[in-house]
Design a protein around this ligand. Structure first.
Ligand code: SAH
Length: 262
């Protein structure tokens, strides 16, 4: 069984910020990186991938690294030039390892994602291109000049250059969080049982405890009340409840000397 994923696997609706974002990779050199980017995107609900003059694509390494995100990869649009990839976008945001000396705002992924989510909620619904550069040399100055703003992943001044797919992963994560990704609630079947089940359990527990003489029905004191508090706090799931009921039944079986059940 696979782990529950953080994001819903379903495609984001047209009214989601995620559906307005296009990840644009400029001249990616390693096809494996393209696949890893597709996977990172899909994990957090981003679906639109554009490739500008990729060196090798399609490629087996891209498919291998994409894993479950083969659909994002298959739907990737390939463009000969950057202007074509940006043609229908109203905003261009470049991700860069180094803030260049150009006069556009620079944000961290977190700040940018939160602002984008707020702008989207306020009705700003244009398509946004998120631009990523070549593995070796990043984006050229001319490409950067097309950007309305820059995102820089701060690395604490050590080595500022991340692997391309790692940079896409971090941005996708922050955007996914800002767009409302959340850890799933307890998985179905693991929900706490309802009060009818709990009452049946308390009756069964009481019967078994009277049977073992742990509980004296003439002097019950506060035992059942305390046990209710304990098991109420545990909020057992259906699976856990069937274990508890099984234990009680096994106690009753012993009490009856394994004779026929009533
Ligand atoms: N050596 C290049 C980096 C290329 S890494 C340079 O110094 O520019 C490939 C791409 O990943 C970059 O063009 C950028 O889009 C993204 N990237 C890598 N590290 C990043 C960082 N710290 N912040 C933002 N984007 C980054």
């Amino acid at each position: 069984m696979s782990e529950p994923s953080i994001s819903a696997d379903a495609a984001p609706g047209p009214h989601s910020l995620l559906a307005k974002l296009r990840v644009v990779l400029v001249e990616p050199q390693h096809p494996g990186n393209i696949g890893a980017c597709a996977r990172a995107m899909k994990n957090f609900g981003l679906r639109e991938l554009a490739l500008v003059a990729p060196l090798k694509f399609p490629h087996a390494d891209a498919s291998a690294m994409a894993s479950n995100a083969g659909d994002v990869l298959d739907a990737a649009q390939v463009y000969a030039t950057l202007p074509e990839a940006l043609a229908d976008c109203s905003r261009v945001v470049a991700s860069s390892a180094r803030p260049r000396y150009i006069s556009v705002p620079v944000s961290t992924p977190r700040d940018w994602a939160q602002r984008a989510a707020q702008a989207f909620a306020a009705g700003d619904g244009g398509r946004i291109a998120l631009l990523f550069g070549r593995e070796r040399t990043g984006l050229t100055n001319e490409e950067l000049e097309r950007a309305h703003e820059l995102i820089v992943i701060p690395t604490g001044g050590i080595d500022s250059s991340l692997n391309l797919a790692a940079a896409v992963q971090i941005l996708s994560y922050e955007i996914g969080l800002a767009a409302g990704a959340a850890i799933p609630q307890r998985i179905v079947g693991d929900q706490p049982v309802d009060q009818t089940e709990m009452e049946r359990f308390y009756e069964h527990l009481q019967r078994a405890l009277i049977g073992t003489r742990f509980l004296d029905p003439e002097h019950p004191r506060l035992l059942m009340r305390r046990l209710r508090k304990l098991f109420g706090r545990a909020a057992p799931s259906a699976n856990e409840m069937s274990i508890l009921r099984g234990i009680l039944t096994s106690i009753e079986d012993v009490l009856r000397g394994f004779g026929p059940r009533p």
